[in-house]
Design a protein. Structure first.
Length: 281
């Protein structure tokens, strides 16, 4: 799979139509294996879509994008994940983790002057499974678009700790409001002040969504080389038909078939977080 990002000074450039440089990421098994920089040669919307198609790009992770550009890219068979901000590498990492949320068409004026960016209206929230881009509500607050550093402890309703930055000794860094975090966490941090600590309870629709029966599928073992060695409960990385990485867990198997569940392991669960906002940049 190949991902393209409009690129400027290390960050996601916010106006697709005025892109001068693309950063390209070759991805295999959910990991970036090669990076390249490509000059856009001053191309317009349609020409940019053609350029990316010629480069065999599968996914565009971008900031602002208009309806015309979206149509051109869709016609070229390129998936669009808009509304990304900040560090380009981190945006791609978020996409591969399935945590980047698309803002859809978020540029209503297609003819900005050079240098005028389109605003990103990307909300948080992680649903679905195995990478990719999903629609989500808009996040608002004074910290949106800024680099936030938070310590957190996540627990289930029975008190089980499932994750903690305190245990790792380093705060979590992310751009608030661009879909790098689950929706409820993002929305909470958007309105916090540095030094403040809060406790929040998130229902599944504010966190990882609900289990999707369509994300459970069965295949013949003889049609998937290597699957004969897998056991129930084992996590593996597959690929979709478009080459997108898909993390799944083996949920069942018999002599002839194997069943995979691509739902997030936290799907359908209420989550609790203690959040401490360490810094905002």
């Amino acid at each position: 799979m190949k991902i393209a990002v409009p690129f400027s000074n290390g960050e996601v450039f916010q106006h697709f139509g005025h892109t001068e440089i693309f950063k390209l990421y070759e991805v295999e098994a959910g990991q970036v294996t090669a990076i390249d920089i490509v000059d856009a040669n001053g191309s317009g919307h349609d020409a940019l879509a053609g350029l990316l198609a010629d480069l065999s790009v599968n996914v565009l992770v971008c900031g602002g994008i208009g309806d015309g550009a979206q149509n051109a890219l869709s016609n070229a068979g390129i998936e669009i994940c808009s509304g990304a901000k900040g560090d380009a590498d981190k945006a791609v990492e978020a996409y591969l983790r399935g945590e980047l949320q698309s803002a859809g068409v978020n540029c209503d004026h297609h003819d900005h002057d050079e240098g005028e960016g389109c605003g990103s209206h990307c909300g948080g929230g992680c649903s679905g499974c195995g990478g990719g881009c999903h629609s989500a509500p808009t996040i608002v607050g004074p910290n949106v678009g800024k680099l936030c550093k938070t310590h957190y402890r996540g627990t289930l309703n029975d008190g089980t700790v499932f994750d903690s930055s305190y245990d790792r000794g380093e705060p979590l860094e992310f751009i608030c409001g661009v879909g790098m975090m689950i929706q409820g966490y993002d929305a909470a941090v958007a309105n916090m002040e540095v030094g403040q600590s809060i406790d929040i309870h998130l229902t599944p629709d504010q966190a990882y969504g609900y289990p999707n029966p369509r994300a459970i599928f069965t295949v013949q073992i003889n049609e998937l080389p290597g699957s004969e060695e897998l056991s129930v409960g084992e996590k593996v990385m597959l690929q979709t038909a478009s080459g997108q990485p898909l993390q799944v867990v083996v949920s069942a198997r018999d002599e002839a078939t194997i069943t995979f569940d691509a739902n997030h392991e936290m799907a359908g669960k209420d989550l609790n977080f203690h959040i401490e906002l360490v810094a905002v940049q």
